[in-house]
Design a protein around this ligand. Structure first.
Ligand code: ATP
Ligand code: MG
Length: 538
């Protein structure tokens, strides 16, 4: 009898041991699968996120680099920089991170609900009203929170603007003893932003409170159902325990899902903003139908025929029926009042702005039919506001690395820049951001040195007003005459004496060619605009 009892106890123990092993194995498998899927999700997010961010960035960059000049005229630089800094940062970094959290928490809550329903099937009934309530609460919160965040970022820019203005104008503020006024102004702007921030926090607390209540309702519901089931003796204590312990974590998960969803939505706005630029920014038409030989242009003669150009729709014509022809290797001086359309002539030559009507030809080839790269690489320009890229003198003189040091130095010496470049430390000296270490006149000289290197057949010079002193100017003129004697040179001059020895002078007036003749002929006519300019009556 005793032996039988011992035997049955031993059998029970070994059965329950088998059971425990079985459950432990399932538990282990679940943990293993969980780790594997978490790892897979992390990898997918890392690779997918980088891939998506790369594609978006490439497309965004391509659309900005191919945008026409009119786009940059109408778009503030800050807006473009914002796309490439804060929006790209959101796409690269914040979006994958928060989307990952949202998915994890979304699935977490899904699993919790399924387990609770498995433990206590009656709980499914309770889910319907609670789900509706949850939907209403999060819907209300998301819209409010989005608007508050918008207000908060709108009130942030004035603080930055005022702060940087104050830093820049610090000496003036101190000199005028206006420190207190500026501090007050700064505090007012901060206050305005704080109000939005406070509303943001209050909204978050509002949501938190409601979600806590919802969580409490769920746990109460689950416990109530458990008591009822126990009453009707249909409950499995293990499953009820499981359901209650899972339902306890629901409160945190509910809040997490709403927060991460709202944040994901907010970060997705950056993708929308990037897409907006990718799809809506117009592209310059790069490809042409004619491909001139590498030695084009040979003669460098121009022909403008009835050229009409305006910068944008709604603006008056900057060039209004310009017609003139030049001979090969002619030296043309372009003069005219400020805003008369002189620089616009060059922009049209380089097809920076497309013309509305007419033809611009070099050596008989219409520029409209060429590849943009051909047009821009065969003509040399010294712009009114020359731009140097940060880097060394060498990078700016010879970006493609195709000339020897000797030829670079020859060009520098010819343009009278040797003292400056040697002073900075030679060809490998840094020119600093935007060429800060050079004055505007020196930057123009560097552009001239670049033009002498390429031996361009056509040279356009847009003289910067009073950037170069008289003596240097005379030296430069001599260099240009010497180096470009076999090229066509168009010089926009603000000093009349620069154009006095040109072959012909083109006088621009309100976008039209007013006069085009040799300086001596124009000077004979006392009524001519050129005569009046020379004698200071205009
Ligand atoms: P300056 O002697 O001052 O250099 P300019 O003769 O070179 O003057 P342009 O720069 O050709 O004058 O300008 C001609 C006209 O076109 C002006 O009325 C000017 O307001 C307008 N304009 C020039 N650039 C732009 C632009 N980017 N967008 C819109 N209008 C422009
Ligand atoms: Mg100009």
């Amino acid at each position: 009898m005793l032996l039988e009892k011992i035997d049955s106890i031993m059998r029970n123990i070994s059965e329950s041991k088998d059971n425990i092993n079985f459950y432990l194995m399932i538990y282990g498998c679940l943990a293993g699968a969980n780790s594997m899927f978490t790892l897979a999700r992390a990898f997918l997010f890392a690779f997918g996120g980088i891939q998506a961010a790369q594609v978006l960035h490439k497309k965004l960059l391509a659309s900005i680099l191919n945008a026409p000049v009119s786009f940059f005229d109408t778009t503030p630089l800050g807006r473009i920089v914002n796309r490439f800094s804060s929006d790209v940062n959101s796409i690269d970094d914040s979006l994958p991170f928060i989307l990952n959290i949202f998915l994890a928490q979304g699935f977490g809550i899904f699993g919790t609900i399924i387990i609770t329903c498995y433990g206590l099937p009656w709980f499914a009934l309770l889910l319907i009203p609670l789900g509706l309530l949850y939907y209403k609460i999060q819907h209300y919160y998301r819209y409010t929170s989005r608007e508050i965040k918008r207000i908060s970022s709108v009130t942030l820019s004035p603080i930055y603007a005022h702060f940087s203005e104050s830093i820049n104008g610090l000496s003036t503020i101190r000199a005028m003893r206006a420190t207190e006024r500026f501090t007050r102004e700064n505090l007012q702007r901060l206050d305005l932003n704080q109000r939005a921030q406070f509303a943001n926090k209050a909204a978050a607390r509002w949501l938190d409170f409601r979600l806590q209540m919802l969580g409490v309702a769920m746990v109460t519901g689950v416990s109530f159902i458990a008591v009822l089931e126990h009453h009707f003796r249909s409950a499995d204590p293990g499953l009820v325990g499981l359901a209650i312990s899972y339902s306890l974590s629901i409160t945190g998960l509910l809040g997490g899902v709403v927060m991460s969803f709202t944040e994901t939505e907010k970060q997705l706005v950056s993708v929308e903003r990037a897409e907006q630029y990718i799809n809506n920014v117009p592209h310059e038409n790069w490809t042409g139908i004619l491909f001139p030989p590498s030695y084009w242009p040979i003669q460098g003669s121009f022909s403008f025929h009835q050229v009409y150009m305006k910068y944008r729709d709604g603006l008056p014509n900057a060039l209004d029926g310009v017609t003139f022809d030049t001979e090969p290797c002619e030296k043309i001086g372009i003069v005219g009042r400020t805003g008369s359309g002189k620089s616009s002539l060059f922009l049209v030559l380089f097809r920076m702005v497309e013309i509305q009507h007419g033809e611009v030809m070099i050596d008989g080839i219409n520029l409209q039919h060429l590849d943009l790269i051909d047009v821009r690489s065969r003509i040399a320009i010294i712009p009114q506001d020359p731009f140097l890229f940060s880097g060394t003198v060498r990078d700016n003189l010879d970006p493609t690395n195709s000339f020897t040091d000797n030829s670079l130095w020859t060009a520098i010496i010819r343009c009278h820049l040797d003292t400056v470049v040697t002073g900075l430390g030679g060809l490998n000296a840094d020119v600093a951001e935007r060429g800060k270490y050079f004055s505007v006149g020196q930057r123009q000289l560097l552009c001239l040195a670049r033009a002498t290197l390429t031996k361009a057949k056509v040279l356009c010079i847009d003289e910067a007003t009073a950037s170069v002193d008289h003596e240097t100017d005379t030296l430069i003129q001599a260099t240009i005459r010497e180096e470009f004697k076999d090229s066509t040179v168009l010089t926009i001059a603000h000093r009349i004496n620069t154009v006095m020895d040109s072959d012909r002078v083109l006088v621009m007036d309100q976008g039209k060619v007013a006069e085009f003749n040799s300086p001596s002929v124009l000077l004979e006519d006392r009524q001519s605009l050129f005569y009046q300019m020379v004698h200071g009556r205009n």
